[in-house]
Ligand binder design. Structure first.
Ligand code: CU
Length: 386
């Protein structure tokens, strides 16, 4: 149970403030996968197809790989990086009809439901299942047992497909969360924003990494490295350090987060900027779906010295909601986080035991007086990424 006194007080305060019109976030919106089940409350049944896709990244057309929402008869959500958002409730059955339509995909593909407990025949990893080759299909079925922030990706040789754009977010709700939102302890769903972060590198529109003028896919780099270590033909130990470092273009919900236009009047492709009524709270559901990048994030306000509480509070993640909101960062109990208190460092990997792929955060958006005059009843907040 999430029971922060801090947020109970904040909720009481917010209830006294006039509710103001809120403009939707300007970050690329995520769209929910199409649930075709005749009993949608009980079962979320959908069709995902792995397909090649031309994505425009920073003005360049790039040969990406995506999961597309592909219900029979058409009408799915627009193709984009990332794949469609899968929003579930605890107790719901998931039935996912997967099809691999990728070209030049020698390792095949799958869907691994990262962080969700399920049986081996729906796990989608190479240790439990055969790969789904181009032209083949597979149906995954599982019961959702636990709330939290999760993600999905292919897990056969996942380097190339994940780096190429094949990933998406899974958000699992439970009745505890619903009650906390209804009681105004957690921010409303209108003020809740999922943000999926990852990175990519490409040359001439082909995703991969360049070494001495040649663009290699991640899987090719790994194969060259492994062959080199084993002394096999077609090996090259010199590439071993190249697959791991982060891609050089950072993506948030599939677009490059930069401020186009002004802070108060950003252009439509600016991401991620939010306009929120005075003193309301926002909830950010952050996902780090990159191969190796950690994301350092802080909130920015359109005034130079915002007074008041500008912290991001950690309220949960892959394990569901915490019992209490906590501040990350700074020095706590003698431990130096090496990043500022009230900011977030989202780690890509569980290898260091404290890494997490998903983080649930809350912030109170303070009022910056005199700024954003054309939106005098609103504040802009912007995430920055380092
Ligand atoms: Cu995973």
């Amino acid at each position: 149970m999430f029971k922060s006194r801090f947020f109970r007080r904040a909720a009481a305060f917010v209830a006294l403030v006039t509710t103001l019109f809120t403009i939707p976030a300007l970050a690329n919106p995520l769209h929910r996968v199409t649930n075709v089940s005749p009993s949608p409350a009980l079962t979320n049944e959908f069709y995902l197809t792995a397909t090649n896709f031309i994505a425009n990244i920073n003005g360049t057309n790039v040969h990406a790989l995506i999961y597309m929402d592909d219900p029979p008869g058409g009408g799915g959500v627009a193709r984009q990086i990332p794949g469609p958002l899968i929003e579930l409730n605890v107790g719901q059955m998931v039935v996912c009809h997967f099809k691999n339509n990728l070209t030049n995909n020698i390792e095949g593909a799958s869907i691994h439901w990262h962080g969700i407990e399920l049986d081996n025949d729906s796990d989608g990893t190479a240790v439990t299942q055969d790969t789904v080759m181009p032209g083949q299909t597979y149906t995954y079925r599982f019961l959702v047992s636990r709330a939290g922030l999760f993600w999905y990706h292919s897990h056969m040789l996942p380097g190339t497909t994940t780096f190429g754009g094949m990933y998406g977010a899974i958000i699992v709700h439970d009745t505890n969360e619903t009650a906390l939102i209804a009681a105004n302890i957690l921010p409303s769903t209108n003020n809740t924003f999922p943000l999926l972060m990852t990175d990519v590198s490409f040359t001439n529109g082909v995703i991969g990494k360049v070494i001495t003028g040649t663009n290699y896919s991640l899987n090719t780099l790994l194969q060259l490295c492994e062959n080199g270590i084993l002394g096999l033909p077609n090996g090259d130990r010199n590439v071993c350090g190249a697959a791991g470092p982060p891609g050089d273009i950072f993506l948030c919900n599939g677009s490059v987060p930069r401020l186009s236009g002004t802070f108060c009047t950003p252009s439509s492709n600016s991401a991620p900027v939010f306009f929120i009524g005075k003193n309301q709270r926002i909830r950010l559901q952050l996902f780090d779906e990159s191969i190796s990048r950690n994301c350092y994030l802080t909130l920015h306000y359109p005034c130079s010295n915002p007074s008041g509480n500008t912290n991001l509070y950690h309220i949960g993640g892959q394990g569901g909601l915490l019992d209490n909101a906590v501040l990350d960062g700074g020095v706590q109990s003698g431990y130096d986080f090496k990043y500022a208190s009230g900011t977030i460092n989202l780690r890509h990997s569980g290898l260091d035991a404290i890494g997490e792929r998903g983080s649930d955060l809350v912030a109170i958006v303070i009022h910056c007086s005199g700024q954003c005059a054309e939106r005098s009843q609103q504040n802009a907040v912007r995430m920055s990424v380092a």
